[in-house]
Ligand binder design. Structure first.
Ligand code: GLA
Length: 388
């Protein structure tokens, strides 16, 4: 008996007895989250409107599914320790809101924190993991984002593993989204614990910025993915943070590049804008099905930078059918030509390949040895390359 017990511990790697095997997020999760645009200004009507807008704008058809309330929905715990939602902002309660979201054919997500308090100092989950998981399941929660504020000396693997086990026991399939900002290199351990894990500090609605407290612009986040791509795959994804597309701090070219590269990296796609009032241009970016198909490719390969020459970069993603998705990225201040050679993306020079532009929705014919295009400043040209 004793031998069996020790063997089990050895086989499970020591940190926990159960690996994550919840069958969820086989492709990167897609949805909408309240934080980037609304921060603490969340309410039942906002979340209902967001669910309606996901359907009416065509985002649901494009694959967006999870409607996630981030921080500030919770105010306290009651005498039995149950988490209490803000009754003024959510008068109908969480179960009714979940039912509404489900009635639209969408899924419901919520936010908490592994420490004693959330990042906005609302009650955290520490010590209440199993009770909270049961409550979330009873409400109909399908997705939990779990943050890392107010954790003092807690161990991240141990803390997140408790919630992983609590969710597993809750009786409901719940996607587990780890948000410890890459602090303890989750790409080395989180695959057995969560379905996705943030790999960086908080994204800012800026192309190029580095905040003292750890916020990053789009290009800083891109650079931080270098070398961790191996950890992503079906059921377990590096998460370079939610989208800022449509929030106003970047131009359309930059938002198109931001979205393209997130798709190329097989990133979770959580829109973070006000989808009730977005322009057609922004909707066109968020719902480009050809670019989304790159993100959602069944192989689950995280694309990576394969070449860098000053501000000219080539990013490539292997696809399940053997083709490549390629983004030519111009980080420089003026338009430039960028050329990808087939040898840069793992094909012989002699190969003749069909090239298709995923933003122009245009076949560019058969190209031998490589392909070149003019790329605007802070923009991308994104293509698929299919050897014939
Ligand atoms: C942290 C997370 C953000 C957001 C806020 C909420 O900063 O990284 O994504 O959830 O907390 O307070």
């Amino acid at each position: 008996m004793r031998r069996v017990f020790f063997l089990t511990i050895l086989m499970c790697g020591g940190s926990s007895l159960f690996a994550l095997d919840n069958g969820l997020a086989r492709t990167p999760p897609m949805g909408w989250n309240s934080w980037n645009k609304f921060a603490c200004n969340v309410s039942e009507s906002l979340i209902r409107d967001a669910a309606d807008a996901i359907v009416s704008t065509g985002m649901k058809d494009a694959g967006y599914q999870y409607v996630v309330i981030d921080d500030c929905w919770q105010v306290s715990r009651d005498a039995e320790g149950n988490i209490v939602p803000d009754a003024k902002r959510f008068p109908g309660g969480m179960k009714a809101l979940a039912d509404y979201i489900h009635s639209k054919g969408l899924k419901f997500g919520i936010y908490s924190d592994a420490g004693t308090g959330t990042c906005q100092n609302r009650p955290g989950g520490r010590g209440y993991e199993f009770q909270d998981a049961r409550q979330y399941a009873a409400w109909g929660v399908d997705y939990l984002k779990y943050d890392w504020c107010n954790t003092t000396t807690q161990n991240s693997v141990a803390s997140y593993s408790i919630m992983r086990d609590a969710l597993a026991k809750s009786g409901r399939p719940i996607v587990f989204s780890i948000c410890e900002w890459g602090s303890s290199k989750p790409w080395l351990w989180a695959k057995d614990v969560g379905n996705l894990w943030r790999s960086t500090g908080d994204i800012q609605d800026k192309w190029d910025i580095e905040m003292k407290w750890g916020g990053h612009g789009v290009v800083q986040i891109l650079d931080l993915q270098d070398g961790i791509e191996f950890a992503s795959g079906p059921g377990h994804w590096n998460d370079p943070d939610m989208l800022e597309v449509g929030n106003g701090g970047m131009n359309t070219t930059e938002y198109r590049a931001h979205f393209s590269l997130w798709c190329l990296m097989a990133a979770p796609l959580m829109a973070g804008n006000d989808i009730r009032s977005m322009t057609d241009e922004i909707r066109g970016i968020l719902t480009n099905k050809e670019v989304i198909a790159v993100d959602q490719d069944a192989l689950g390969y995280q694309g990576r930078r394969v070449k860098r020459d000053g501000g000219r970069e080539i990013w490539s993603k292997q696809m399940a059918d053997g083709s490549r998705a390629v983004a030519l990225l111009n980080r420089g201040d003026s338009e430039t030509e960028i050329r990808v050679a087939w040898t840069d993306i793992g094909y012989p020079d002699s190969v003749s390949a069909a090239v298709r532009d995923l933003w122009a929705h245009q076949d560019l014919g058969s190209q031998q040895g490589g392909f070149a295009a003019k790329v605007p400043s802070h923009g991308v040209v994104m293509v698929t390359v299919r050897p014939r």
